[in-house]
Design a protein around this ligand. Structure first.
Ligand SMILES: *Cc1c(COP(=O)(O)O)cnc(C)c1O
Length: 405
């Protein structure tokens, strides 16, 4: 029988790319008493949250918060903007893009799924030129939206969303731009307004360092206009009633009060540190982890250095090695959880999350667990990734002032 109270000494290493480790400060904030969600204190909290969260999305427009996982916010983005039978253009970057495309089909939307041949698209980002070419062909403007994943969590590839915006503009096409940055927000650079995104979808348990359970839709004026014409059925997800209640800091139904305490704390932590600093430390961790993989003599999943993810790294196992068997050894021997290969990458890769509440030494320990576990599994390594990452981190301090914090 599964023993949920099993507790080896020390902290578990939760290095999957979401849920990411939740800082104690956030857990403490969440342990405050649940209050009346229609009372005066709640309204003040709601207004503060709804204003602060915009800074993380880099938007002046409304951000909707749902008591749901990221998948709910995917559905909300489509249900609020589309009508039955509408066509949308999606791009196959990996497993999450594929799941979103399947969801579109279930919602009676007709997705066109652009992809590179074979497995190639799972090792590259969104190809903006393919989107531009397809939109140019669509002279009747049948395609109502372009839906892309910003940080493809199944592969460790972060697509260039500004390039997708340019492609849509270059084609002179009116399609909405809908972007999933569930795992990119607060870890990889994301700019809702500047990049002209119409709906940004995000979630709580990745860069925001919260437990799973809340998710987001950041809107644009064009998206709000589209929602007035959209006829897909929606009630729980409908933006109009939420936007109305949000004016006073409330929700039309019971929000996840304690997760919102946590969100408030997370926003303070991120904004105090400064988003630029947050992004810089993720970039640096990504580079350190890639230095380790290179020293091991292994490949990483992302084949385009322009779009390496600062959030996670997919490590490709040599032919004949089952990545799930390696992960199992690492979990059992070192109490370290790594991300599994999903979909087409199943058994081929494992994923190291380097997002949120980490530091150089938690990542060195993580790489230590990977290195020792791969040796136990009989994977031939060229050299020590742990030493390479240590050298990288030592030679590349985050910033001169960091030691004085
Ligand atoms: C985690 C994730 C999702 C799914 O979110 P859930 O919270 O599991 O519903 C979707 N897209 C991406 C890119 C993700 O990383």
């Amino acid at each position: 029988m599964l023993k949920l109270n099993f507790h080896p000494s020390g902290r578990h290493f939760l290095q999957i790319p979401g849920p990411s480790p939740v800082p104690d400060r956030i857990l403490r904030a969440m342990s405050l008493p649940t209050i009346d969600h229609r009372g005066p204190e709640f309204g003040a909290l709601g207004l503060e949250l709804l204003s602060k969260v915009k800074k993380i999305f880099k938007t002046e427009n409304p951000v909707i918060i749902y008591p749901a996982s990221g998948t709910g916010a995917w559905e909300a983005a489509l249900a609020n903007t589309m009508s039955p039978g509408d066509r949308v253009l999606m791009f196959e970057t990996g497993h999450f893009a594929t799941l979103w495309q399947k969801m579109a089909l279930r919602l009676d939307i007709q997705p066109e799924f652009l992809s590179l041949p074979g497995y190639e698209g799972w090792r590259q980002g969104v190809q903006a030129d393919m989107i531009e070419a397809r939109l140019k062909e669509d002279t009747g403007h049948e395609l109502k939206a372009v839906c892309v994943v910003h940080n493809e969590t199944s592969t460790g590839v972060t697509s260039d969303i500004a390039a997708v915006r340019k492609a849509i503009d270059a084609a002179g096409h009116p399609a909405l731009l809908i972007v999933d940055t569930i795992s990119g927000l607060a870890s990889a650079d994301f700019r809702h307004d500047e990049w002209g995104v119409d709906v940004t979808v995000s979630g709580s348990q990745k860069g925001l360092m919260l437990p799973p359970g809340i998710s987001f839709n950041a809107l644009s004026p064009k998206a709000i206009e589209a929602s007035k014409q959209s006829t897909l059925p929606k009630s729980f997800w409908a933006w109009d009633e939420i936007l109305e209640a949000n004016k006073n800091g409330y929700w039309p139904y019971t929000p996840s009060t304690n997760l919102l305490y946590g969100l408030n704390e997370a926003l303070d932590m991120l904004l105090d540190e400064g988003l630029d600093n947050v992004l810089a430390r993720h970039q640096r961790w990504g580079a350190g982890v890639r230095a380790a993989v290179a020293a091991w003599g292994l490949e990483i999943q992302c084949q385009d250095s322009a779009v390496y993810s600062p959030v996670l790294t997919g490590v490709v196992m040599p032919e004949g090695v089952d990545s799930d068997a390696v992960r199992k050894i690492i979990y059992e021997r070192f109490d370290l959880s790594l991300g599994m290969g999903l979909g087409k990458a199943k058994g081929k890769i494992f994923r190291i999350g380097h997002l949120g509440d980490c530091n150089d030494l938690t990542l060195i320990a993580t790489l230590g667990g990977c290195e020792a576990g791969m040796k136990l599994a009989g994977v031939k390594l060229k050299g020590s990734g742990v030493l390479a990452a240590l050298d990288y981190f030592a030679a590349n301090p985050l910033n001169a002032g960091a030691a004085e914090r």
